[in-house]
Design a binder for this molecule. Sequence first.
Ligand code: ADP
Ligand code: MG
Length: 243
Amino acid sequence: MQLRLNHISKSFDSQQVLTDVSLGLETVHTLALIGPSGGGKSTLLRIIGGLEYPAAGSVELDGQAVRFDEAGLLRHRRTIGTVFQAFNLFPHLTALQNITLPLERVHGRPAAEAEAIARQLLARFRLEAHAHQRPAALSGGQRQRIAIARAISIKPRLLLFDEPTSALDPEMTAEVLDVIRELREEGRDFILVTHEMGFAHRIADHVALLANGRIVEAGPPQQVLDQPTTPQTREFLAKVLKY
Ligand SMILES: Nc1ncnc2c1ncn2[C@@H]1O[C@H](COP(=O)(O)OP(=O)(O)O)[C@@H](O)[C@H]1O
Ligand SMILES: [Mg+2]
């Protein structure tokens, strides 16, 4: 996909969270967004997903600018699949219902069709046995796989993952990263915020480091992760790779 972020700024109250963020990628399949906590990664992802509006600047996907008005955002959000760190799922609904509800309510799919899609995805992610369980009865890895199944059920043009494994222990992290790698191999386009540098290196075709609301460095992983040119990138990588 083609992705253009043009001079995006955003503040919350008096705090400037993003400052003149620009990134132009003519073809990108996987963009990894990395950087220190509080640097603005989630805010940028939410703006790209139409969950937040920028104070200034624009977002273009495949040459199409996102319209940051109510109707434009509703339309845009329906084409994007999002997976957050945790607490993604509706706690009172079963795994199956977590997938069928948005398909029916937001995307207007008939109930039988929504259920067929959901069952197929649950089978694909080896979750059939858990179709009628609520999130609280499932492991963190299973919950995130349901969240991913739900995100792809709507056939999004772009998937957004915001630290999808940060709340998981290592075994479950591997389960979820395996699924993300499969999606990559299928040719799906996504943006991934992650602290898993090894994974980012293997999977991303572009990496951007965001710190203090600015893009400090961007390029292919072999450049940004192996031969960083800015002191801020080096310092960040030294910290996350220390142990
Ligand atoms: N809804 C919000 N209201 C007020 N401040 C926010 C909100 N969302 C994020 N922030 C602030 O914006 C800054 C960047 O946050 P965030 O985008 O979550 O960074 P990151 O994901 O890189 O950790 C932080 O200082 C955070 O406290
Ligand atoms: Mg974040």
